[in-house]
Design a protein around this ligand. Sequence first.
Ligand code: MG
Length: 373
Amino acid sequence: MLAPYAVEVAQSRGRRFPEPPHPYRDDFQRDRDRIIHARAFRRLENKTQVFTKRYSDHFRTRLTHTIEVSQISRTIAQQLNLNTELVEALALAHDMGHPPFGHSGEQALDACMKRHGERFDHNLHSLRIVESFEQRYASFPGLNLTFEVREGIVKHSHDYIAAEFPELSEYLLDQRPPLEAQLIDHTDEIAYNTADLDDGFEAELLTLEQIRSEVGVFARGLDEAERRYPTASPKLKFNEALKRMINRLVGDLITNTAARVREAGIQTIEDVRSHPVRLAGFSPEVDEERREAKHFLYRCLYYSEQLKGQKADGERIVTDLFEHFIARPQALPPSYQSKIEGGETKARTICDYLAGMTDNFILDQHKKLMRKA
Ligand code: MG
């Protein structure tokens, strides 16, 4: 039974190119399946989340991070009686527009684009992927996803202003997205805040005592784990603490979102959309714990001395290749050259080409092309 303010698939605003219904999958299930079968989705396997492959084969990649976001999102959506099929499609699509080398790749591409008066934005890039780059179906370009999935992609962790982005005007920019889409920002953060502690600890860049002294929600979990399992190994104590941290964040997101919906008197999806602020979120207390964990990770992991080299390498490789192709657009694959002939800017075309690359492919290209140049 869906909540009265959940998105009903029967009420979907539909696809850009109308299609006959499928005999046994609804439209959101089909969207989820189209995303899973997309090339950009498979490439997530070889895109960095935080640690490049040289660290370990069992650290998160952008694909396994995506699967974790999907799992957490489904659990929460089910508890809130939201549309789990829509939530799953949105979770699986939420990082499809990420370039190689995680955030360093993103920052480098954006810096390159700014020098040409343009920007790189991974939400808008995801939209371009599902709208046109994926070529799988003979009767339409892209994946022809429903409005609600495209809207969720656009509104992931960002509010665009209609005056600045007239091309996005169809996405009801003056309204809040449905709760199904609002959830993803928070589940994304639950997933990476906890997973990055895990991988950072495993990589020996973070210690148990360091995390305990700086991340309150983890410290409480660890205290409890030590009381309960005094003889367990540090790694198992760590795991028990992390499990408690995930449960605390997930549980609070469920109860606090439900309470805010109730207190705001939300009855319908229109109420969700016209509410002045997004309703999904943590309680103030847990939000503070979330913020503390996030700031710790920025300070002690993402911007740590140890990861500086990896970050700088990623930025340099992206920038080198961008400049290489700006100077030699004739070296681009023919399909990209024809985009420039078709009126796309050189910078945007090169940005699209580089953003689509996996870590392996861009490293390979860099080695080959930079040696020649
Ligand atoms: Mg993510």
